[in-house]
Write a protein that binds this ligand. Structure first.
Ligand SMILES: O=C(O)C(=O)C[C@]1(C(=O)O)C=C[C@@H](O)C=C1
Length: 269
């Protein structure tokens, strides 16, 4: 599978404008997947372990959605999805050998084991989805068993695009580190996580991200054939809140944790 970052040229891969362009592109991906998911009710049962027995797999204690996600990841690992440095599995134990010859990606990132997928999934199921699936101009929608499979399939796409977005923080962090090595080495050596967080934060860019996202959610969520009063396909406020409270903060966690590991094996260690 292709990486969204241009890895053929490591200098370009670490240029901040190039990375930010990819982050903007990913907003579209995340939004379109969420719009697909929001057409179905929340269907909370699919997130509850054991609530839906998985036939022929009695030993599993996964929720239905987790079982779909894990099965997809197992298949996708065989076609090299997780060889790309911007892809991280939610179920590392499901990784299988690839059926294609392995790829050799140039090393752009520093060695690290940062992965926030567990936390991302917890927030997606517990907070993001309940908000996104309500208040699209309709009453609370009842569970629909016939949509269990479609809901979980859309969840996989949402979770994978969100995971990719927040782990792009590693490229951002590497780029920022190279721009001001002296400052970051000092902060990292002092284990000053708050100082690192302040150093990587750009409030103006964050404000712009949220404004652009609101516009996109309003535009993509409105059918051009419908009148202006018709219900939107997506809860615009929920989308903006998702980025403000979860996506940007988790991207920053990834950036800080990546930088905390950045001096391992260097002359500064
Ligand atoms: O674009 C950056 O510089 C980033 O670090 C990414 C990002 C974001 O998640 O959108 C995160 C932190 C910054 O404060 C601004 C934006």
């Amino acid at each position: 599978m292709d990486s969204a970052i241009d890895l053929s040229d490591p200098t370009r891969a670490l240029s901040l404008p190039h990375i930010r362009y990819q982050l903007i592109r990913l907003e579209d991906t995340v939004l379109f997947h969420l719009i697909e998911r929001a057409q179905f009710p929340l269907n909370a049962t699919i997130y509850s372990p054991g609530a839906i027995p998985i036939r022929n797999t009695p030993s599993t204690n996964l929720s239905f959605m987790d079982w779909v996600l894990r099965s997809q990841e197992e298949l996708q690992s065989k076609i090299r999805r997780y060889e790309s440095p911007d892809e991280y599995p939610f179920f590392p134990d499901a990784m299988a050998e690839t059926v294609l010859p392995p790829l050799k990606y140039p090393k752009v990132l520093w060695e690290n084991d940062v992965c926030v997928n567990e936390e991302l999934k917890r927030r997606y199921v517990g907070s993001i989805l309940p908000q996104v699936c309500t208040d699209v101009g309709r009453k609370e929608r009842a569970e629909a068993q016939e949509n269990y499979g479609s809901s979980a399939t859309a969840d996989v796409a949402c979770l994978q695009s969100l995971s990719r977005r927040v782990h792009f923080g590693k490229f951002v962090a590497e780029s920022k580190f190279l721009q001001d090595e002296e400052r970051f080495v000092r902060l990292i050596k002092a284990e000053d996580k708050q100082g690192i967080d302040e150093a990587i934060t750009d409030a103006k860019v964050e404000k712009k991200v949220l404004e652009r996202l609101r516009l996109k959610a309003e535009m993509y969520g409105t059918d051009p054939n419908m009148d202006a009063e018709a219900p939107r396909k997506i809860n615009v406020d929920a989308v903006v809140a998702m980025y403000k409270d979860h996506v940007i903060p988790l991207t920053k966690v990834v950036e800080v944790e990546y930088l905390m590991q950045r001096l391992k094996g260097t002359k500064w260690e």
